[in-house]
Design a protein around this ligand. Structure first.
Ligand SMILES: [Fe+2]
Length: 298
């Protein structure tokens, strides 16, 4: 089942104003009081943020900077091998620090001159319509916490590493940055929330977990794969299906483990044609028809 809350740990504010991030029992940080306190602190900073002001600056600890450094070190050779060419070029061009976690306003300073994207903070889950809708104005809602240091290779939750290393570099590419923006434009055209959920699944199976044939090799262009140094070694072994928007928009997925089914394009041009074509042309009517079709098959 698709559950938005599955992606992010819920955040609540108590009567006294205290902010709590509710980690699931099986979360790697569930039994680590220091990690939990840190998550609460970072979420509180994002909740206190006012649009139009700079994102909160987080004073990252040595442990957090270590996690960032480890992931950057592990991912660098894997990006060379497994990432789509535009992404590899963007990593060089954006030039983010690899020794410490960058602040969100630093990410904006690096990415905005290239492609116009800005980063704003998110405490956790941003409602689908707001998250995707803001992509139209090249605004990216980003969490600022780091995954638990015991499991740096993968996170079930989108953390700063996923948002910045995965999406940030994609947003600096001509093709995939534009596809993000087109997803935003499409979202703002849709009235029915179920259709926005359909679009979010298409986004999931493309800009989060998409793979593409390039120069005779299978490469990743999805931010979820490109930010996980465990999963990036596995995607070539998964089940690959041809791009099919109706199927992608109605498929279920589980974020708690590596994605077993991936949608593969034969070229970057095909991603633009099929996924971009969907974002450009989709309407409430066209998506409703695809959802009805999927139900009829099921
Ligand atoms: Fe993501």
């Amino acid at each position: 089942m698709f559950e938005e809350a599955q992606l992010y740990s819920p955040v609540s504010t108590g009567e006294g104003g205290e902010v709590t991030v509710h980690l699931a029992d099986d979360h790697p940080g569930a039994n680590d009081p220091a990690y939990r306190a840190r998550r609460n602190e970072i979420a509180a900073a994002a909740l206190a943020w006012q649009p139009g002001t700079p994102p909160p600056r987080i004073d990252y600890t040595d442990v957090e900077n270590d996690v960032w450094r480890t992931v950057c070190r592990e991912l660098a050779p894997k990006h060379e091998r497994y990432a789509v060419g535009e992404f590899v070029e963007a990593v060089e061009r954006v030039g983010l620090p690899r020794e410490r976690v960058p602040q969100l306003d630093e990410v904006t300073v690096h990415v905005e001159p290239i492609s116009g994207w800005r980063y704003v903070p998110a405490a956790g889950l941003v409602p689908l319509r707001q998250f995707y809708g803001s992509l139209e104005s090249r605004t990216f809602h980003s969490t600022q916490y780091l995954r638990h240091p015991d499991v740096p290779l993968y996170t079930p939750e989108p953390d700063a590493i996923h948002e910045v290393i995965g999406h940030g570099h994609l947003l600096a590419t001509p093709t995939f940055g534009e596809l993000h923006r087109m997803a935003g434009e499409a979202t703002n055209r849709l009235r029915d929330d179920d259709n926005v959920a359909f679009l979010s699944r298409v986004f999931w199976f493309s800009l989060e977990f998409g793979v593409v044939e390039e120069d005779g090799e299978l490469k990743a262009y999805g931010a979820g794969i490109l930010s996980s140094y465990g999963e990036i070694e596995e995607f070539r072994r998964m089940e690959h299906r041809p791009l099919d928007v109706a199927e992608m928009g109605t498929a279920d997925y589980d974020i708690t483990h590596y994605q077993p089914v991936l949608y593969r394009a034969e070229s970057v041009e095909e991603v633009v044609e099929v996924v971009g074509g969907f974002f450009v042309t989709c309407t409430d009517e066209s998506i409703a028809a695809m959802r009805r079709g999927a139900k009829a098959v099921a």
